[in-house]
Structure formats: structure tokens, C-alpha cells
Design a protein around this ligand. Structure first.
Ligand code: BGC
Length: 244
């Protein structure tokens, strides 16, 4: 059985598990270490090394990161420590673990996992996966092929960016009820519909487990369905990228 280590770096936790890429599922228990604060490159690299060690020092690792990641370099820092901008994360983690490490945007990893093994399996048109969490992450596919680093959570809605207006963090912070939040989400998805004419939206992120409370309120032209891999998507997608 082909197994790789996937690691999901988030604002509060850094999680890893061995992944069976044939099944698209975990092949071990998940191990979580709280994200160090401040989450500087050096401290995060130490946690990545600890996770690699925990899982028997594999030679290939895939790692998500909540920012633009191009050729292993982190190029933005909307919700993470600003010292990540311009950091060669792939090199840093490779040096820390002795493994070959692929680093990829968190929403892109989740999107690939859903397209290969979850809600997007067999979907051939234009599919947009959104992760609703601290920020809004997006992954755009055409005929199953990813257009990486789309960052559509930063589109402007009213005077704010979409993630400042409609992320799950804002729902919580402003104590919005599900209907009020759904009204904001509807504006956001309508904007995406206008720009991309998608065939399908997939909604991921932790809050997607409550999809029955907000998705039915959304009036859109495009079908919108919850993600299936939920909090396993980042790790599974990360592992998939490590094999490229
Ligand atoms: C970042 C994206 C990330 C998303 C979800 C946004 O603030 O700019 O790169 O995918 O949050 O974590």
C-alpha cells in the first residue's frame, strides 16, 4: 500500500497523518500539535520536524500552508505571521525533516482531495471549492485540472474583502445567525458565478459539517454541495502533492 505523510498547517493546530493515496484516506491516526505562537518559519519548521519524526521520518512529505505558495515559496500572509512572505518553505521544511517536502496552498490541497476522492469525484466542468474558516480559500478546477493560487477570498464585496465580510470567523465574531450569514455568502457566490460561470460549488472548511443550516438558504444558479472529506481534505491533498 502506497503511504505518504500529509501535514496541514493551520492557525491553531498543525496536523499530520499517513495517507493511503489509493483509498484517499488516512492510514494512521491523526497527530495534532498546537501551532506555536508567534508562528514564525523557524518554530513551525520545528513542529513539522516533530511530526515527521512521529511518523517514522518518511522520505516524502506534503504540507499545506494558508497562503499563496509558488514553487515552494510562501508569497502572502493574510492570516499568518508576516515573516512568511518570501520564505522558501519547501526548502526550510526539507532541511528540518531530511525529506523531500512539497508545500501547497491549503485550499488547493483540500480541493484536489475533494476532486479525486470526495464531493468532486467525476465532475468534469468548472468546479470551485471554497473553504470557509478563518479566511476564505478557493480552488478552481476545469475538467479536473487545478488553476493554483486563485485567492478568490480576497475579491471585494462591499468595502471589504470577501473573507472580511463572509468567512466563518466573521460569522462567529459578529454573532451572525445562519440566515444572515447565508445572505452574505449568497452575495459572494453570486460574484463567483458572474466571473466564472461554474458548474458546481463545493463548500469545505470546518463549518461545512453544519451545511444543512446555511446551504438551503442560498439562492444560486449553480448547484452547491458540502465537501465530503471535511477536516481530512487538507492532509489527504497535501500527501497527494508530495507524489508529484
Ligand atoms: C489566504 C489563502 C488561504 C485561505 C484559507 C486566505 O486568507 O490568503 O491563501 O487559502 O485564507 O486559509
Amino acid at each position: 500500500m502506497q503511504q505518504t505523510l500529509g501535514i496541514d498547517i493551520g492557525g491553531s493546530g498543525i496536523k499530520g497523518a499517513l495517507v493511503d493515496l489509493e483509498a484517499g484516506d488516512f492510514a494512521s491516526e491523526r497527530h495534532r500539535i498546537p501551532t506555536p505562537q508567534p508562528a514564525t518559519p523557524k518554530k513551525v519548521a520545528q513542529v513539522v520536524a516533530e511530526l515527521a519524526n512521529h511518523f517514522g521520518s518518511p522520505s516524502r512529505i506534503g504540507c499545506t500552508f494558508p497562503a499563496i505558495v509558488k514553487n515552494g515559496v510562501t508569497l502572502s500572509a493574510a492570516n499568518v505571521d508576516k515573516s512568511w512572505i518570501g520564505e522558501n518553505a519547501a526548502q526550510l521544511f526539507s532541511e528540518a525533516t531530511g525529506a523531500e517536502v512539497a508545500v501547497v496552498n491549503d485550499a488547493d490541497a483540500a480541493g484536489v482531495a475533494e476532486m479525486k476522492y470526495g464531493a468532486g469525484k467525476g465532475q468534469n466542468g468548472v468546479v470551485i471549492l471554497t473553504t470557509l474558516g478563518t479566511g476564505i480559500g478557493t480552488a478552481v478546477f476545469n475538467k479536473g485540472v487545478l488553476l493554483p493560487n486563485t485567492e478568490l477570498g480576497h475579491l471585494r464585496l462591499t468595502k471589504k474583502t470577501a473573507e472580511e465580510y463572509a468567512s466563518d470567523r466573521i460569522r462567529d465574531k459578529e454573532d451572525l445567525d445562519w440566515k444572515d450569514w447565508a445572505d452574505r455568502l449568497e452575495k459572494y457566490y453570486r460574484l463567483l458565478e458572474f466571473y466564472f460561470s461554474p458548474d458546481l460549488f463545493i463548500v469545505g472548511g470546518g463549518v461545512s459539517k453544519h451545511h444543512a443550516k446555511f446551504l438551503p438558504h442560498l439562492k444560486l444558479e449553480t448547484p452547491i454541495i458540502p465537501a465530503e472529506l471535511r477536516n481530512r481534505a487538507g492532509i489527504v491533498g497535501a500527501a497527494w502533492f508530495s507524489e508529484l
